[in-house]
Design a protein around this ligand. Structure first.
Ligand SMILES: Cc1ncc(COP(=O)(O)O)c(C=O)c1O
Length: 352
């Protein structure tokens, strides 16, 4: 059995749209572009379409993540990767995705848009939000196509031990795609599982330049998977998906110098996270702060409403959630620059 067997029949039968790349230096009369370039500061004017897939950026991302070029699909943020996966594997009205809430909201949003049903196996709130492997495997049915795991988890900040992921992966061989969303991995002590795609055809790792590499505005992410899986997703990705400026900016971000700068920022954020974790824990208004491996903290307050109102008066915004019991009095607080964190702490200290 190959991974294609799990994909929707329509996608298996779809051929990639090939816009046809002109030869380098060709007179480009093939793509209805304007011949007139408006100065954009880029070497190649924006009057021309980019390459249908950004080959050089793919190569650089592959080197950065320690996998082969054939294992990478460059996407408009990892959000697009989530959407592509669900549209490739889930037939509307029939298939389902398995989620472990609390989790990043977009898994649910894209599944709903595609008409896929959702099976939820909540994280164990009383065991530091760990994944309930037994319940998860028991909840899988013939129609479960994708299992989304988020490590470090958004919004709670916990990671899933590699051995636990391996156990799930092995149990799901030939049955379902297992997605590990590593959007925040740069802030954690855990290693990425990206290199495991060489051994596990049903593993997908989602990476993004939005967090640790500080490029949320560029909209660039990467989906790491087996060549066969990448080829399936490539069929539904828009032609010329990545804009030339985004590709140029992402390539620059992957130079040694820029990566060293990013590392320094990540280290500063991690140090601030740990300072904030301790100091928030000492505030009267705070009930509990969970340890986090990401660039945010999950915090339970004694009276969330009071804190949110007070912070809003100071112009400080934090993330609150719906009123499900797991989120009772809880909020997610992103780690800012030190002066902003100081203001946050000062305000929370003043709340009774
Ligand atoms: C867990 C997780 N995955 C994926 C994303 C999407 O990030 P992007 O589309 O910017 O790569 C986010 C954004 O907040 C996230 O928290």
């Amino acid at each position: 059995m190959t991974i294609s067997t799990l994909a929707r029949r329509e996608i298996r039968e779809l051929r990639s749209y090939l816009p046809g790349e002109p030869a380098i230096d060709a007179i480009r009369l093939n793509a209805n572009e304007s011949p007139f370039s408006i100065d954009s500061g880029l070497r190649n004017g924006l009057n021309r379409y980019p390459a249908s897939r950004p080959v050089r950026l793919t190569r650089k991302l592959a080197a950065f993540y320690g996998v082969g070029e054939e294992n990478i699909l460059v996407t408009r943020g990892s959000s697009e990767g989530i959407d592509l996966l669900i549209r490739t594997f889930c037939s509307a009205g029939r298939d389902s995705v398995l989620l472990t809430p609390p989790a990043f909201e977009m898994y649910q949003v894209y599944a709903t848009i595609q008409g896929a049903s959702i099976t939820s196996v909540p994280l164990l709130a009383d065991r530091d939000f760990s994944v309930d492997t037994e319940a998860l495997l028991a909840a899988v049915t013939d129609n479960t196509k994708i299992i989304f795991l988020c490590s470090p988890n958004n919004p709670v900040g916990t990671t899933i031990p590699g051995e636990q992921v391996l156990l799930i992966l092995k149990a799901m061989t030939d049955r379902a795609v297992v997605v590990i969303d590593e959007a925040y991995i740069e802030y954690s002590e855990s290693d990425s599982l990206a290199t495991l795609v060489a051994e596990h055809e049903n593993l997908v790792v989602l990476r993004t330049l939005s967090k640790g590499l500080a490029l949320a505005g560029a909209r660039c992410g990467a989906l790491v998977g087996s060549p066969e899986l990448i080829s399936l997703l490539d069929r539904i990705l828009a032609p010329y998906a990545m804009s030339s400026p985004a590709v140029a900016i992402a390539e620059q971000a992957l130079t040694d110098e820029r990566l060293a700068q990013a590392r320094t920022s990540i280290d500063r954020t991690v140090a601030e996270r740990e300072r904030l974790r301790v100091e928030l824990g000492e505030c009267d208004a705070v009930d509990k702060v969970w340890p986090s491996q990401a660039n945010f903290l999950f915090v339970r307050f004694k009276h969330l409403g009071n804190v949110v109102t007070r912070l809003a008066k100071e112009g400080i915004s934090i993330r609150t959630f719906d009123d499900s019991p797991v989120f009772d009095r809880c909020a997610r607080i992103s780690i800012g620059a030190a002066p902003d964190n100081d203001r946050l702490l000062k305000t929370i200290r003043d709340v009774n």
